[in-house]
Write a protein that binds this ligand. Sequence first.
Ligand SMILES: Nc1ncnc2c1ncn2[C@@H]1O[C@H](COP(=O)(O)OP(=O)(O)O)[C@@H](O)[C@H]1O
Ligand SMILES: [Mg+2]
Length: 192
Amino acid sequence: MELCFHGRCTQRRQPPARHRIERKIRDLLDYTRARGPGIPIQREPTNLFELCKQNIDSMEQLHPTRRFRLEVEGDVQGEWDRERVLQLVSNLLSNAVKFGREGTPITAALKDLGDQVELAVHNQGAFIPPETVPRLFERFVRGDGPAATADQGLGLGLFIVKQIVLGHGGTVDVRSDDTEGTILTVRLPHRP
Ligand SMILES: Nc1ncnc2c1ncn2[C@@H]1O[C@H](COP(=O)(O)OP(=O)(O)O)[C@@H](O)[C@H]1O
Ligand SMILES: [Mg+2]
């Protein structure tokens, strides 16, 4: 992975079938929880840079032909649910791999915004149709391009991302077009 620090800074193959099935079951459980009391959040001191680095390290094992870039600017730590935020990062990065164009880099850019931390995940490739964008974070919404068809995902990844973000009092946005590709931007308050 290419690492890039701005300013002062504090800090191949498909996954085996068993892991994919386990992940689908976990996603369905999260979906059920989100319809009831919401996804439970257990806060602890968490460094978003470390979580992203950890996730990119394992993505690089799984997808040795893909290039990843991690940019960091300022203090990107917070009082968050570490496991949940790792799940959020993993959902965004695995989408970027799945829907990003082979041969183009995937960038995770972290930035301290003062009271919030921003994570922006960018990839090139087929853009999300404007009519899908308003419904993108709803459950079971998927694209119909070749990458989505081949993968047989559940369309729960971004729904779960949104639930985790809401549990932390944050926001998530998407920008997607023909020239820039797709950027998913999450902002989490450092603390409640
Ligand atoms: N990084 C991305 N680039 C392009 N399209 C994306 C990206 N992330 C998500 N999408 C689109 O949003 C849809 C929903 O994503 P998600 O909820 O993770 O479901 P799934 O990955 O199971 O298809 C995808 O099917 C795809 O069409
Ligand atoms: Mg997904």
